[in-house]
Design a protein around this ligand. Structure first.
Ligand code: BGC
Length: 389
């Protein structure tokens, strides 16, 4: 447990009865040993002077998830290997200034629209909306100042099954070119089953488009240990959305059969990453959305990743229709992570659960339109285990 310094850091403990005790500046007595906790410490100030705290969710098995209010960025996920040793399995920086100035979306909450919108524009109810073109001709991950670059308001939550916190942000009508005031809540929970659960909710006062996701780069062998080529990836998808040279889907839902995109039986990430399939050239590796096999709208298995040396396994379930598999292709040794190592191409991978890229311009894709009176609800669970458990 992180030591408590009054007025500097705060810890919220769950009592034996499971009731949350909030806002206390001192360690509470009477809490059950090993109960989940939420701890808060200062992480620094943004360049424009906003104080940013670091929160640590710790469950009763000692696993922890750390995140900062800036961008809702998950800075560490500490989970056991097959011998019980905890390691951080996500890429990240040491300093807030690095997250502000050079973050390729490590760990961040992404909105209003995760992934690309082609030509940086879309039309809704007859009105065309112009967005920032921040990725060639396209708009990527919400524009110039997306949800990854704003300071979220964080409240620790009561949870009987682990530790949790809610992040709140209200995006003004017209922010980054999107219509409607968008009120967003995201809950991070770390359950006592070593599941990181992310629940998203959003409402709007005008019709708009929304696609929320989380952008952790994983390395299940541990941050800073090198490449992810040997991780065995299974994706529960018979089809994917091929892209053009600017990574915008063509609109086709193509079969993965006999392509490097067939991960249905599990395959090492590196096995076909140098394939001369033109799709792989566009993304310099994998940077594609997979159409998840699912029946109904509930939680369903999207992907499973197994790292043979550590024995760690991550299973991702989601209510979303797609997952973007990005193999860290644009990491180019210029960034140095918290472990003091350079990040090179394929040192981490992302599995971003989401609606399909460019849906606002693709009427055949599942809709990303949100209207007043509706509530967007979306859940993704990352379950960590090992081949020994
Ligand atoms: C995109 C990549 C992009 C990366 C930025 C991913 O979600 O698909 O193309 O380079 O985010 O970190």
């Amino acid at each position: 447990m992180t030591p408590i310094e009054p007025n500097r850091s705060r810890t919220w403990h769950r009592s034996v009865l499971g009731a949350a005790v909030l806002g206390m500046g001192v360690l509470l007595t009477g809490t059950s040993a090993g109960a989940g906790s939420v701890d808060k410490t200062p992480f620094g100030n943004t360049q424009d002077g906003k104080a940013v705290d670091l929160y640590t969710l710790t469950n009763d098995r000692g696993a922890s998830v750390k995140f900062i209010a800036y961008g809702g960025i998950i800075t560490a996920i500490n989970v056991p290997d097959r011998w019980g040793k905890l390691d951080n399995v996500v890429l990240g920086f040491k300093e807030l200034a690095d997250y502000e100035s050079m973050n390729p979306y490590f760990g961040a909450l992404i909105g209003r629209y995760g992934n690309r919108i082609g030509g940086a524009k879309f039309t809704l109810d007859g009105t065309q909306y112009q967005l920032a073109a921040n990725n060639g001709p396209n708009s990527l991950h919400g524009g110039t100042k997306g949800f990854d670059k704003v300071v979220w308001a964080v409240e620790p939550l009561s949870s009987v099954s682990g530790a949790a916190a809610r992040l709140n942000y209200t995006s003004k009508d017209g922010e980054e070119g999107y219509p409607g005031t968008l009120t967003v809540q995201v809950v991070y929970s770390l359950t006592n089953d070593n599941e990181l659960r992310i629940d998203y909710e959003a409402t709007t006062d005008k019709p708009t488009v929304v696609n929320l996701t989380s952008h952790s780069y994983f390395n299940l062998a541990g941050d800073g240990t090198g490449g992810i080529d040997d991780h065995i990836l299974t994706i529960n998808a018979d089809r994917y959305t091929p892209v053009d040279a600017t990574l915008i889907p063509t609109g086709q839902l193509a079969s993965v059969t006999a392509t490097p995109f067939d991960f249905r039986q599990g395959a090492p990430i590196g096995a076909r990453i140098r394939s001369n399939d033109p799709q792989m050239a566009y993304g310099r590796g994998y940077d594609h959305n997979f159409v998840l096999n699912r029946s109904g709208g509930g939680l369903s298995l999207a992907a499973r990743v197994y790292e043979p040396r550590s024995g760690r396994i991550m299973e991702i379930s989601t209510t979303e229709p797609g997952v973007q598999f990005y193999s860290g292709n644009f990491l180019d040794s210029t960034l140095v992570g918290a472990a003091g190592q350079q990040y090179r191409q394929t040192d981490g991978f992302c599995l971003e659960t989401q609606h399909f890229p460019d849906s606002p311009n693709k009427p055949s894709f599942p809709t990303t339109v949100l209207k007043p009176g509706e509530t967007l609800k979306s859940t993704t669970i990352h379950k960590f285990s090992t081949d020994a458990s």
